[in-house]
Design a protein around this ligand. Structure first.
Ligand code: NCD
Ligand code: ZN
Length: 337
């Protein structure tokens, strides 16, 4: 049986939620990943040291016995002071900026992208070496939102050359092209955006469990994403954007955005890299090494062996339906040590 061992897999964009949902999903990521960057879009969003401390505690309890480190993020607000950011520095890995209202629980996000408006927080972050993660979509036509946002990335990257800016869950060739133009722009890519296009979401019967923000784009965009992921491009990291919602919120009129991939992300990634004949070293870079370099983190080692043997994806975890529910995928998780 063919096997592939990953050293210290990292998920650099993850939604763990809270309460019952946290209990359901945290162990699934904690089992096969060494660490993750956890998003702050709770209700209310995470904006204080107290919230950071207590969320970290709740995650610790929910992850159980697994060796796993949750790196928290703070919900971006334009007027944080340097003193405040210094106080929370040890509790966070980055700040996450959402345009107001663009996605799940982002109402408190940024509505004015004038650089001067954002300067107080961004210059403090830049001085303290805190990276900025961005959900890069305008409120334009849904297929163009990310491409339209690239000019904002460019303004941010030139105005704050010492600030590391991570373009989260990129879905377009325009974002891929921006990567190499600015030394301080980086990106995460999800497994679902490497696998699907808009056709899979809405080309036949509507597939609510594949609906997310940013929406999956064109084949040409998917090609661009695959090119940088499969080649182990040093500025690109894996971030699942696993975003669980209760079944009732997905299979309803007004479907919530988010694809739940935590329990199958590694299997699907290995399957894709294997099918495409990509170098195993590139997979290792994409799943771990690049993120370590970009964020300067030193996660505790965890070796995860994937086996080329069918895995039947469960129809549901708690009340969350995963991507490919009930279907068979080609790889399974074996030994974790
Ligand atoms: C995410 C969520 O549900 O929190 N949804 C999504 O469609 N990706 C938020 C996000 O990352 O946009
Ligand atoms: Zn997300």
């Amino acid at each position: 049986m063919k096997t592939i061992t990953l050293n210290t897999p990292l998920d650099m964009h993850l939604h763990l939620r809270d309460n019952d949902m946290l209990q359901t999903v945290a162990p699934l990521t904690a089992k096969s990943f060494a660490a993750a960057l956890v998003m702050p879009n709770l209700v209310p969003p995470i904006t204080t040291k107290e919230q950071l401390k207590s969320y970290a505690q709740r995650i610790k309890i929910a992850q159980g016995e697994e060796d796993f480190e949750a790196h928290l993020t703070l919900f971006f607000q334009p007027t944080y002071t340097k003193e405040f950011l210094e106080e929370v520095r040890e509790d966070i890995i980055a700040l996450k900026l959402y345009p107001a209202g663009i996605t799940t629980n982002s109402d408190g996000g940024v509505s004015n992208f004038d650089i001067e408006e954002l300067r107080p927080t961004l210059s403090a972050m830049s001085e303290l070496g805190i990276p900025l993660c961005v959900h890069g979509e305008t409120n334009g036509f849904v297929m163009e939102r990310e491409a339209e946002f690239v000019s904002i990335y460019e303004q941010l990257a030139s105005a704050f050359p010492n600030l590391k800016i991570i373009m989260e869950h990129i879905t377009t060739k325009e974002s891929v092209e921006a990567l190499d133009k600015y030394p301080n722009l980086y990106a995460t890519i999800t497994i679902h955006h490497l696998l699907i296009t808009l056709d899979d979401v809405a080309g036949g019967m509507l597939q609510p469990h594949l609906f997310c923000k940013p929406i999956a784009k064109r084949p040409i965009d998917r090609e661009a994403l695959r090119r940088v992921a499969l080649s182990g491009h040093p500025k690109v990291m894996f971030g699942s954007d696993s975003a669980p919602h209760p079944q009732s919120a997905k299979e309803s009129c007004g479907c919530a955005a988010g694809v739940f991939t935590a329990p199958i992300a590694l299997q699907l990634l290995v399957e894709l890299f294997d099918k495409e004949g990509a170098d195993r070293e590139n997979l290792q870079k994409f799943i771990s090494d690049n993120a370590k370099n970009i964020y300067g983190i030193h996660p505790k080692e965890k070796r995860v062996t994937l086996e080329q043997k069918p895995f039947q994806v469960p129809p549901i975890y708690g009340n969350v339906v995963p991507m490919y529910a009930g279907e068979e995928i080609g790889w399974s998780i074996g030994l974790v040590e």
